[in-house]
Design a protein around this ligand. Sequence first.
Ligand code: THU
Length: 161
Amino acid sequence: MENHSYQLKYTSYASAAELNEEDAKLLIAAREAGHRAYAPYSKFSVGSAVLLENGEIITGNNQENAAYPSGICAERVAIFYASSQYPGVKIIKVAVTAFSKDFPVKAPVAPCGSCRQVLSEYEKLHHADIELILQGQEGGIYRLKNVSSLLPLAFTSDDLR
Ligand code: THU
């Protein structure tokens, strides 16, 4: 028998003022996109901004549906659009931010399991880390060097061979 353990490393920042210009700009783009979210059911608006290697910034927001599971998260809207418009172009980083009119989102919002899975697909495809910059409505920001660190023992294309 062998026991294994895993350690997650991330950097936290007190506010956007501590970020470099590129990251701060990406978070602003994510927040702007969040304001266009369609979230009448959860009242939880999420915005995401994807920075591509060619300099393009693609944004997305959560799109909900009366048939709840048919909705989709901000991250997947942005990443799928990015991949559909710029196939093969490396994804450098993704910013995610959330807010609600009903309650304060006090902690940075991390991608859900499905979004982690989707993001990790592109990380593997391009053989390149995708950095994550995560923010809530108030307070701090988390920065992670890659998506795979959020999805240990991931199911990947390797498992299909
Ligand atoms: N949501 C996102 O868009 N991204 C996340 O990382 C977490 C959750 C959305 C899905 C749904 O529209 C709402 O937030 C509440 O779960």
